[in-house]
Design a protein around this ligand. Sequence first.
Ligand code: GDP
Ligand code: MG
Length: 302
Amino acid sequence: MHKFGTVALIGPPNAGKSTLMNQLLGQKVAIVSPRPQTTRNRISGILSTDEAQVVFLDTPGIHQLRGKMNRFLLEAAWSALAGADVVVVLLDASLYAAKPYMMDKEIKPLVKPVAETGRPVLVAVNKIDRIKDKAGMLPVLARAAELWPAAEFIPVSALRGQGTDVLLKRILDFIPEGPAMFPEDQISTAPVRFMASEIIREKLFYTLRQELPYTTAVEIEAWDETSREGMTVINAVIYTAQKNHKGMIIGKQGANLKKIGSEARLEIAELLETKVHLELWVKVRDGWTEDPGFLRAMGLGE
Ligand code: GDP
Ligand code: MG
């Protein structure tokens, strides 16, 4: 019997959703950053084994969202829930063990919408590798069980891969019978162009300090696989909402842009399995975070 189904990964920003998806897939599909709200669009990863094909939907963090762009994010998250065979909620147990009050703040808003889907819920209690005193997990588990009486709790470290095999086994129990829908070697439903722009955005997050990356967007302007033998030539634009940010993104003598470009190029080359020539530009576009037409063009709207 072969199985096919979808899994929604839900949780507050920084809980480890992208890390978990990459871990389960054994490949990097979603971008990960130490700062919240890195995942903007819904991104999927496809796991294919002999017995099953499972599509994981990595949803943008759900929290107190304001503004047009954030409404798009929220809608993307809830629509992922509605279609899933099983919902996996991720908690950062290390955060809640240290700051118990954060748990109600971050988790409570998720309880009702998830329950309303009527889907089975698995709670992945994540980042257990960071909890030295395991007794610190008890109040976290107790409160989580109050909030999710019907759920099953599975302690994991998405980063180290601890407990993720147990989680995957339980996920598969909820996946219905069905044929594979994607070629076995396809790792994401996202087009490679989009994945390339996400890789560039990840490098922005790592290279730039402060809040800068939150008001940037990356657009692939040109993608040419034919004019240079064995090489993909990519032109990408980093849009920023503010004029004075342009220079900060570029850096002294272009140092930041160079770093972002060379790190992204290596990773995109790995993804495409070819050589890559990457050109990066920075352009100012006022108020893009509130412009529905531009958001749609960037794949951030409906
Ligand atoms: P997302 O916002 O839910 O997608 O979270 P990410 O997957 O981007 O992870 C946020 C941060 O938490 C990153 O710095 C990850 O490396 C880190 N992280 C995720 N899972 C674990 C874990 O199991 N253990 C530890 N120590 N860190 C983790
Ligand atoms: Mg993420």
